[in-house]
Design a protein around this ligand. Structure first.
Ligand code: ZN
Length: 496
């Protein structure tokens, strides 16, 4: 019994990504405290500049932390890259700007320019001590503003704020040109600002350590996290290319850690509010899972090549298809045919179907969505069944084998998920049913009797890839997340 408990304890510690990361980290700042956070080194073969990239100084600005986490997987040919992805881990966990319990803004806590002061607070002290010991040439701190500076000058969102002389001043326009090339709206374009606020890490690095320093600011407002992360990557790529550290043909979307269960989660247009977070919560307990968000541009650039599974969450399938474009949709099809996994939840299950001009046609099902005459209301599309509600679902024998031995009817959230039936396409295998609806919701009388008994969850193959389509939202209910995670693991071939 004791041995078993110890084993569980060890698995719990090493199961999360932090445990796995500590093995590859070059060091830990604030070791032994709740603020403990790893930093990483990427070495080039030849001598060159030392560049420090930090993210997550403000806990409510997740794009910087995620971009830094990706950039630490880049391969450089010259110099050294030091990456501190999550400078302020407790604030990131809380999703708050300030350090929880201290009411202190970490990016106002570094030694002020023109003063002989010290860093204030234990987290700033440990970061500053580390930075002083490294003596970097460049310090790039990744942040996010709440609005576009080009539209709302009170915010520094979508800007590069620099300090540290003519070399850094000359670098900024090159980075701006690259990131702005993908932005259509003039008000959303990145701007060149100077200097960083006093007390910030970048300002302190320029003033006290003589570094070339920048704050890169994306904008949280109305923009998918994957786009903001992409913008950070785009700017960093130009910097490292210009410094001769990164080969110009280096892919900017690297594969997550070797051996990880690498999951790409679509969060672009058509992915609804909390859907991506709930998928992340579902996968957070899966050992070795690393979830990186992707948008349409990333998919078109070939980002999926490094992943085991792509997940399309709830929202609007037609908008997701539009964000992918025909080029992106073909990338998804090719990814699956060549062995990648696909999980579609609600909208994602519509997207996988065969019966729309924009659907992927990777699962041999069609959806009940045609126009029907509703007495007194005219022609109505049958996909709409009303607001979010709870329906009953029951796993089949095959579903219990894959997703856990749960018998009886389970209440799951349902919000206009597809009513799926065989499409009879000759070039696709027939799907297997993992769960069936045992009750139904309807908005129009003509929908009555069309849902109960139909597949709630189905599994199939397309080429060498596995596909799972889930009509309701088990990921919304914490109790059903382990079951849901097993279906995602199956699609991503994590079942041995
Ligand atoms: Zn910030």
């Amino acid at each position: 019994m004791w041995r078993w408990l110890m084993l569980v304890g060890i698995l719990a510690v090493t199961g999360g990504s932090c445990g796995a990361e500590e093995g590859t980290a070059a060091g830990i700042l604030s070791r032994g405290t709740s603020a403990a956070t790893p930093w990483f080194v990427v070495e080039g073969k030849e001598p060159g500049p030392l560049v420090v990239i930090s993210g997550g100084v403000h806990g409510d600005e997740p794009a910087g932390a995620r971009a830094a986490e990706q950039v630490r997987h880049w391969k450089i040919q010259k110099g050294r890259l030091l990456v501190l992805p999550r400078a302020n881990v407790t604030a990131l966990a809380a999703g708050k700007r300030k350090i929880p319990g201290e009411n202190r803004d970490l990016n106002r806590s570094f030694p002020k320019a023109g003063e002989q002061g010290m860093a204030e607070g234990t987290i700033a002290e440990s970061i500053w001590e580390w930075l002083q010991a490294q003596r970097p040439d460049w310090v790039i701190d990744l942040h996010e503003g709440y609005d576009f500076h080009g539209r709302q000058p009170a915010s520094v969102g979508s800007s590069i704020i620099e300090a540290g002389g003519s070399e850094v001043e000359a670098m900024v326009p090159l980075m701006l040109e690259a990131v702005n090339a993908e932005i259509v709206d003039p008000q959303r374009k990145f701007q060149h600002l100077h200097p960083p606020v006093n007390g910030s890490l970048a300002r302190a690095a320029a003033a006290h350590l003589g570094c070339h320093a920048m704050i890169l600011e994306t904008t949280t407002r109305d923009q998918a996290l994957s786009l903001r992360v992409r913008q950070h990557r785009t700017m960093l790529k130009v910097l490292l290319e210009e410094l001769g550290m990164l080969a110009t043909d280096a892919p900017d979307y690297p594969r997550p850690r070797e051996g990880a269960f690498a999951v790409a989660l679509f969060d672009d247009a058509g992915a609804s509010g909390s859907g991506p977070q709930q998928v992340e919560a579902t996968l957070s307990k899966v050992q070795g899972a690393e979830v990186w968000r992707v948008g349409g541009d990333d998919v078109r650039d070939g980002a999926l090549a490094g992943f085991d599974l792509v997940v399309f969450p709830g929202g609007s399938a037609s908008r997701q298809a539009e964000a992918l474009g025909e080029g992106g949709r073909e990338k998804v099809r090719t990814f699956v045919r060549e062995g990648g996994g696909y999980a579609g939840i609600c909208a994602g299950a519509y997207l996988a179907a065969t019966n729309y001009s924009w659907s992927l046609g990777i699962s041999n099902h069609r959806t009940f969505c045609e126009m029907r005459e509703v007495p007194g209301q005219g022609e109505k599309s049958m996909w709409y069944r009303g607001p979010s509600s709870t329906v009953e679902m029951e796993l089949t024998e095959e579903g219990r084998k894959m997703m856990g031995n749960i018998s009886g009817e389970l209440g799951v959230r349902y919000h206009n998920g597809p009513i799926m039936s065989p499409a009879g396409e000759s070039d696709l295998p027939e799907f297997r049913v993992l769960a069936r609806f045992r009750s139904e919701v309807s908005h129009y009388a003509v929908q009555e009797g069309t849902m109960e008994g139909t597949p709630a969850i189905l599994a199939t193959e397309c080429g060498r890839g596995r596909v799972v389509c889930i009509s309701p939202h088990p990921e919304s209910t914490p109790e059903w997340r382990p079951m849901m995670a097993r279906s995602l693991s199956w699609a991503g071939r994590q079942d041995g």
